[in-house]
Design a protein. Structure first.
Length: 307
């Protein structure tokens, strides 16, 4: 693996596209687990079954490019812990939203995170998006708004606008926004020149913390403990492996590019979710939902134009 790879600023784009594709596969697997074993155990699967893959990738990187271990400062560990805990919350909210509405729309509701990421990154990391990036985020967010429109006969109903699926989606977006800023802050604090090593350490430490904290909670509070997680090992293995692949790509992208740009391009996951929703789960989408996806695609193209 050549270290010259880190000199190519455009590499974050294919990394995010791969992350979104792998994340779509993980979401589909987790969605099926939610009905079978419950929301929190299905959330745990992402981290517990993904951790061995993260460790394997980290070990492979050090085997291919031997180097000294990076310095893990308190600031770095705090950023990773912040991102890890809010990622758990975001994943749980996403699975709850999927139970309330169809797969593609539930994923789209979670993408309200984009403007929140830009806000949090500006405040906490002092990363200001460019004018073009802001326009792209606004257009993509209008697409999200269009996708989340209630049925025509309920558009003037407050209960429709503040439905459980909408609230779960907004909560999910907020959690993922804070998680993204935490992981980007960790990438900046580590000081590791290789985005691959940087990303691998971030995923490994985050998923270790997530597995321990959430695993202990599920074992203590959930009926049946974590036994259902082991019994559903086949689907869990798919969810864990795809989740680890997605996380490794996300973390590597955070080491290359600002959180706002990464998460805006990551909205391409909605397109992948649409394909899963239509072709695999056979869920219909309305015309407003299709228009919303088109607006999102316009925003995604714009955010990549400056790179």
């Amino acid at each position: 693996m050549s270290s010259s790879l880190i000199d190519f600023s455009w590499l974050w784009v294919p990394m995010v596209l791969f992350a979104a594709l792998a994340q779509t596969a993980r979401n589909a697997a987790q969605r099926s687990l939610t009905q079978a074993i419950g929301t929190l155990p299905a959330t745990l699967v992402r981290f517990l079954y993904g951790l061995p893959f993260a460790l394997l990738w980290l070990g492979l990187l050090y085997l291919l490019t031997p180097r000294a271990l990076p310095h893990f400062s308190l600031a770095y560990l705090a950023w990773i812990a912040l991102g890890a805990l809010f990622q758990v919350g975001g994943t749980a909210m996403l699975l709850l939203a999927m139970k309330e509405r169809n797969f593609a729309v539930a994923v789209t509701l979670s993408k309200t995170e984009v403007l929140q990421v830009a806000l949090f990154a500006s405040v906490f990391l002092h990363e200001l998006p460019t004018t073009l990036a802001v326009v792209a985020m606004v257009i993509a967010t209008i697409g999200v708004f269009t996708l989340s429109l209630p049925a025509r006969d309920k558009r003037w109903s407050m209960s429709a606008w503040f439905s459980r699926s909408a609230l779960y989606g907004l909560a999910c977006g907020a959690c993922f926004a804070i998680a993204s800023v935490g992981f980007r802050g960790g990438a900046l604090a580590l000081g590791e020149s290789s985005p691959w090593i940087n990303g691998a350490w971030g995923v490994t430490l985050a998923q270790t913390l997530q597995s321990l904290v959430l695993g202990a909670w599920v074992a203590w509070r959930h009926p049946g403990g974590i036994a259902p997680v082991w019994r559903a090992w086949r689907v869990s293995l798919v969810a864990g492996s795809m989740g680890a692949a997605a996380s490794l790509a996300w973390f590597s992208a955070y080491a290359m590019q600002g959180a706002a740009q990464v998460r805006t391009l990551g909205m391409v996951e909605v397109v992948f979710s649409y394909l899963v929703s239509r072709r695999v789960l056979r869920e219909p989408l309305s015309w407003p939902e299709k228009i919303g996806m088109l607006l999102m695609l316009c925003g995604l193209v714009m955010v990549t134009l400056e790179y």
